[in-house]
Design a protein around this ligand. Sequence first.
Ligand code: BG6
Ligand code: MG
Length: 219
Amino acid sequence: MKAVIFDLDGVITDTAEYHFQAWGSLAAALDIPFDREFNEQLKGISRTESLDKILARGNLSDAYSDEGRRELATQKNTEYQRLISALTPADVLPGIKALLAELQDARIGIALASASKNAAFILERLELTRYFDSVVDVTAIRHGKPDPEIFLTGAANLGVQPADCIGIEDAQAGIQAIKGAGMFAVGVGTPSQMQGADIVVATTAELSLRMLEDYFFRD
Ligand code: BG6
Ligand code: MG
């Protein structure tokens, strides 16, 4: 085990909830039904892909030009950025800061593989930037999750083999990406939401270097 590659939203901090709220406001304004079950499909995928799925759900796929879609995506992001502007280090999910410190002390590589263009800002707000040896530049990624590209890029940036990496995700698309990359997948959530994960924890409070090593070497 040479590196741990983290998803951000829903793993390091509960911004998955803010994405849900911001998309929910937009969907309500467009009169499109929106609930938590549908929202699971949006986790891990890009802003534009999320918007496409929401519009399709409202049978509005043909109702907006590219320009119209850009405006809707901007509207959602403006609301999302309003929500994340108040983030503080207290919003780091339980167990995460201790895990990052343990990994750093053990000289295990740490990378971020987030689909979010707001990721660097969020790490800054949480005062976690210094723990990351690599933050994958999502604008340079051609294929989003569930494609493994973002996790493979994280491993390459750290100079480690995928088989020596653990990926941690809260999205079904993310688990698929980790497994497609040939890594050990840790899911945060319920087993039904995390199909294909090697292990599933209910909350990040269960994560530690010791437990990750136990499972990784048992596999
Ligand atoms: C992912 C989230 O981390 O980032 C998705 O799980 C989100 O819900 C995606 O759509 C893109 O985020 P952003 O901040 O670039 O709109
Ligand atoms: Mg996530």
